[in-house]
Every structure is written in C-alpha cells, then in structure tokens.
Design a protein around this ligand. Structure first.
Ligand code: UD1
Length: 357
C-alpha cells in the first residue's frame, strides 16, 4: 500500500522548534496545519489572529497563503476531535506541544502530568479514532539522565530522570511505544539553539529565559546584566557542563527526515517505533558557548560563576550515527553559524515577536 500523504498536523507549531519545523515542512512541499495554545508565546490567543511566529513563516516563504491554525490546548479533547473532523486528510502528527521547564515542573508537577501526559494520551486517542497512525514525537536527551557513556548512543539506559519534566518525556516514550500498532519516531533533542538565518524567526521565551543561549542573547541586547554560569567544578575540561548544541534549523529538518523515513517504511510495509538522537555529536562547555557567542556579537559578554544548578549533569553529547544512517539526516550548520543567526534574530528583535518588523 502506498503511504497516504496528506496534511501534517504540528502541535506546538508556534513554539521555537515547532515553528521552524512548520517552515521546513512547507519548504519540503508538505501541507501543514498548526495547533498551539500559545501559552509560551507573545501572540494573542484570539482565534482570528494569525500568531506572529506563523506570520514570520509566511514572510520567509514570501506567501500570503494562510497556514491553518487552531488556538487549542491538547488537554481539550473535544477541540482535538473537531480539528480531525474538519481535516480528514491529516495523515501524520508532529507532536511538539508540551511544557518544558525543568524548574517549573518541580513546582507544578500536576500541570506537567496533565499537559504532557494526559494531553498526549488525548491526542493518541483521537488519532486512533480517526485512523491516523503516524507520529513524530519531541523527546529530549534528558531521558538519558547522567549517562554512563559519552557520546550517548540510543541504547543508553532511559532513566526516571531527575526532574518531573524529564519523567514526563520518559513516560511518553513508553506510552507511544506501547501504543505501537503504527509508525512513530521519537526524536531525542540535545540542545536546539540559534535562529533562522533570515533573522526574523527565533526563540521567544516569556520572562527570564531558563536556557543558556536565549539568556546569553538577552545579555547581549542589554535586557539582562550578565550570565550566571551554573558551576565550574564539573569533571570537564574547564569545569563547566558540556552540551551538544544543535542549530534549530537542523533540528527542524530532522522532523522532515523522520517523516520521510516513516513514509519509506510504510511503502515497504513495515511499521516501527524507533528513537533517534538529534544532536551534532560535538560537546561544547558553557564557557565555549559564551566565547563563541561573544565572538558573534563582537564583544566579551559579562558572566559570573555561581553554584551548580540542581539537576544538571556534567555531559550530554549525542552519538548521532543512527540518525545519520537511518534518517539520512545530519547536523550541517556550524557553531559560528548558530551564534551569528541567534545574534541576528535577537539584535533585530530585542523584544522577540513583540518587536514590529
Ligand atoms: C534544559 C533541561 C532539559 C530540557 C532543555 C530544553 C535542565 C537540567 N535541563 O537542558 O531537560 O530538555 O533544557 O528546555 O534544566 N547554564 C548556565 N547559566 C544559565 C543557563 C544555563 O550556566 O543561565 C548552563 C547549564 O547549567 C547547562 C548549560 O548551560 O550546563 C545548558 O543549559 P540549558 O540551556 O538550560 O539546557 P540543558 O540544561 O542542557
């Protein structure tokens, strides 16, 4: 049976990874519809208003053609049903919607279980009811906890991670695997960073950013005074934590590659549920990133060293070999490109999507 190529529903499609994924899908010729509750964006939740992130996607594509959008929360099952009823051509779901702050998950665990777990179970039930049996899921390298081996292969043990947020990703991987009479791909993101090279699309966190690169970008535009480096006593080359930073455009392209693999498998009559690391395979310390981004900005960015942050592990560097081979995907962009693109975005949009362009 040849694969049913219809419309791709992207949940969380106005978020950082989601919006870049929507762009990659449209550039690859897919039809896309977007669902997002806009909880982590500066956009108005008015159903009639196109969210700013999607307007920027249209601008990059030089098109006025609207991207069908629903301001819907995945915990609202009747609303999910209505979307699937209105779009009988949905053939696959790229599921990026979810809460993702480690610190917040410790303070509001039930919200994390409700949105991430109950919301995803709703979505899976609706997909089953409408016979949509393909999913690409946003998982995270956090599922590896503090891994025994670096670089980390997908066979590394999945652990009941140190945070509630991380546990939701571990549980969801199990839930999606258990439900597998279908094709699913679990993408374990390492650290997506940077912005679209156009300088008009990027990460737009609300409030003070939790993550390193958006925080540094806010320091560079003068919205924040200095970076606090969390710990310099880790067993690494300079004492700061090592992470595998992945350009967000490469990360987005990984979703298209995952979808194409599902289509190839279905054409061959096989149905699988596999996990892949989306990482560059290169470890960079916090200070490496401070220096690389300072170079892009053209001046030294101020930082101080403080105590470790609860839950951080010394090193998360991907072994991306399996994704390179089976998804035909590879991170192509350099660290310098990532930093230059992030700086272009932040300089042009000091207030994120609230900046008028
Ligand atoms: C974090 C989450 C991870 C989640 C990902 C995406 C934790 C422990 N992990 O990844 O589960 O999937 O975000 O939301 O929160 N750093 C500083 N100063 C800062 C911010 C970060 O020194 O102000 C350091 C951190 O200690 C870490 C590195 O920078 O060593 C990267 O941090 P971050 O960008 O928050 O990503 P992760 O912690 O890897």
């Amino acid at each position: 049976m040849s694969p049913k190529t219809g419309t791709i529903l992207v949940t969380g499609g106005c978020g950082y990874v989601g919006s870049h994924t929507v762009l990659s899908l449209l550039e690859s010729g897919y039809k896309v519809i977007v669902l997002d509750n806009l909880s982590n964006t500066s956009s108005s939740a008015e159903p009639a208003v196109t969210p700013e992130a999607l307007k920027r996607v249209q601008k990059i594509l030089s098109t006025d053609e609207p991207i069908p959008f629903y301001a819907v929360d995945i915990t609202d099952k009747p609303a999910l049903v209505r979307i699937f009823e209105s779009h009988p051509d949905i053939s696959a779901v790229i599921h990026c919607a979810g809460l993702k702050s480690v610190g917040e998950s410790g303070r509001r665990p039930l919200d994390y279980y409700n949105v991430n777990i109950a919301g995803t179970v709703n979505l899976l039930q609706v997909m089953e009811d409408f016979d949509v049996r393909r999913m690409v899921f946003s998982s995270s390298a956090t599922v590896y906890g503090d891994p025994p081996k670096i670089p980390i292969p997908e066979t590394s043990p999945i652990v009941a991670s140190m945070s509630t947020y991380g546990r939701t990703k571990v549980f969801l991987e199990h839930i999606i695997k258990d439900f597998y009479r279908w094709s699913a791909t679990l993408l374990r993101y390492f650290n997506p960073a940077g912005a679209h090279p156009s300088g008009i699309m990027g990460e737009d966190p609300q409030g003070i950013p939790n993550n390193l690169m958006p925080y540094l970008a806010q320091v560079a535009v003068g919205n924040l005074e200095k970076l606090t480096v969390f710990g310099q006593d880790y067993p690494t080359k300079d004492g700061t934590c090592i992470r595998d930073y992945l350009h967000v455009v490469d990360c987005a392209d990984g979703h298209v590659a995952a979808l194409k693999k599902i289509e190839r498998e279905e054409a061959a009559g096989t149905f699988e549920c596999n996990a892949y690391n989306l990482g560059a395979g290169t470890g960079c310390s916090v200070l490496d990133m401070v220096h690389a981004f300072s170079k892009a900005v053209g001046r030294d960015l101020p930082y101080v060293i403080s105590a470790r942050r609860l839950g951080d592990v010394p090193n998360l560097t991907a072994d991306p070999t399996l994704a390179n081979k089976e998804l035909n995907w590879k991170a192509t962009k350099t660290l310098d490109e990532m930093c230059a693109d992030l700086w272009r975005w932040q300089r042009n949009n000091p207030s994120g999507y609230r900046t008028q362009n």
